[in-house]
Design a protein around this ligand. Structure first.
Ligand code: BTN
Length: 254
């Protein structure tokens, strides 16, 4: 079995020693007509970006930083499904790499031991009816040691190395992520969001827990009950069931 077991995703690979952000490079390629599945990967990022305007720590040759250009046949309103799909693919690859306890914090953070192991940043361009392109950016802390994280991330971030106690070959791991990503994209194209939703629920570190949501439309606290058929988080609060489409989730209590 080849390392990269895909027909499209990652078969064209744009490799860089250094970029600002692989998402920005991938967006540029997408605008110039890059095909579905082209992937940008870099050894380090000087301006790695996270969700909600945050930065993403991107030290050289420790971790995996990659962005895939996708051209899904989807209305723009369904694009958020791909963000959850990507987190399922990453969590699956992380578990395969030996971190069995990894889970997902809504919408798409992969955690282990309550600390962040990986993140997904989805960006897109759409016409009225159809998505033109989606760029899915994936950052996984693979072989970062505690000293590789900036001070403010110690205690908040973790890596495969720190969780397993042994390093993981980055190319092997990147191939596993891309293979899982394509498997789930194919499944999504054939069967819709249902199977992705079921896998997300199984991998969730969020459902059944007391959460605080900030930075979205309103601040609220309650118990995360489920995700709905569009991937929104349903939170049971003192006053009723709230549907959360954006925001930061804080897990209260283990
Ligand atoms: C988050 O958790 O806030 C999302 C982090 C996404 C980081 C990845 S690293 C590869 C790609 N390029 C970026 O600038 N960001 C994403």
């Amino acid at each position: 079995r080849p390392l990269l077991n895909t027909h499209d995703v990652g078969q064209t690979l744009h490799w860089y020693e250094e970029v600002g952000s692989t998402n920005d490079v991938a967006k540029g390629l997408a605008e110039e007509g890059a095909l579905h599945g082209e992937v940008v990967v870099a050894e380090r990022q000087t301006a790695g970006r996270g969700r909600r305007g945050r930065s993403w720590s991107s030290p050289a040759r420790r971790n995996v930083y990659l962005s895939a250009v996708l051209r899904p046949d989807l209305p723009p309103a369904r694009a958020p499904e791909l963000t959850l799909l990507a987190s399922v693919a990453v969590c699956q690859a992380v578990r395969q790499a030996g971190v069995a306890a990894a889970g997902i914090k809504w919408p798409n953070d992969v955690l282990a031991s309550g600390r962040k192991l990986a993140g997904v940043l989805t960006e897109m361009a759409a016409e009225v009816e159809r998505v033109q392109w989606v760029v899915i950016g994936i950052g996984v802390n693979v072989n970062a040691a505690a000293a590789d994280f900036p001070e403010e991330l110690r205690g908040v971030a973790t890596s495969l190395l720190l969780e397993r106690g042994a390093p993981v070959p980055r190319a092997l791991f990147a191939a596993a992520v891309l293979t899982a990503l394509e498997e789930w994209l194919d499944r999504h194209a054939d069967e819709g969001f249902g199977p992705v939703r079921a896998a997300w629920r199984e991998m969730s570190d969020t459902l059944g827990r007391e959460v605080r949501i900030r930075g979205g439309a309103a601040e609220l606290t309650g118990v995360a009950e489920d995700i709905d058929e569009a991937g929104a988080l349903l939170v049971r609060t003192a006053t009723g069931l709230e549907r959360v489409v954006a925001g930061d989730v804080e897990l209260l209590r283990p």
